[in-house]
Design a protein around this ligand. Sequence first.
Ligand code: SF4
Length: 299
Amino acid sequence: MAKPRYEEVRCKSLLNRVRGMDFAWSINPYRGCVHSCHYCFARRYHSFLDLDAGDDFSSIVFVKVNAAEVLRRELARPSWKREMVALGTATDPYQPIEGRYRVTRGILEALRDYRTPATIVTKGSMIVRDIDVLASLTERAGCTVCFSITTLDEDVWRRLEPGTPPPLQRLRAMERLVRAGVNAGVMLAPVAPGITDSMTSLDEVARRAAGHGARFLSHTVLRLNPLVKEHFTRFLHEHYPQLLDGYRRMFPGVSAPQQYAHRLSLAIDGLRQRYDLPKSRLPAPAEAPPPARQLAMAL
Ligand code: SF4
């Protein structure tokens, strides 16, 4: 993997409106991600910056250094309704550079202070550094942390997600969050056909998730958008050439066939029952929050 280069940028706004999801807003503290998962759907967003979805995505990372300051201004608006905010939908908020810049921590502190519920997706075990903020955000507004874990097979993990912390390390981080009262669990996401979808592999993830106290288990199926598909095909060529034909048949477009997705859902429902893991991942919205103007004045 190429050596990462970090570029500091100052953003004008931070909250992005999202429609059709469990959350109303998203925040990405960084653009690009050194975790370098080959299936990452966010790879294509780098092309909007005239960069490529391959090595550039995982080696040129933009750091929104003024994120917390901008977010506090946005959250202080009287129109802010304290809807659910998702962190890390297109980058990992706990990739290694967070240790230096602490952008994600600043964002979480702002969400906590403005009583705004959040959901976080991460593979970064560094999240345990922020247990104090996550616990207080949980108490004041609600917070869910989804640890993305696709496999516990070391060989598959190294090939598929070469820049990420080991899956067991993520499970241990999740366990510490659960012990601190945070609603944390596992997202088996994305399930990659022929690579991470055997019953043995899925069962192992569910069993270990339960063993480490996961509060839920959810999943998604691999999607191959343009550019991501090209990158993933190169990855298959190098690591799983025997799967190339099958993938061509399965992914003429972006999504896997519905029958496949349905069979997978049934299999994962069975694992949830076996290990007593619920599906839901988002906390209920915080009860009767005070109007934003009052809250801002109280701070
Ligand atoms: S950790 Fe998430 S954002 Fe980063 S490369 Fe992997 S899937 Fe993409």
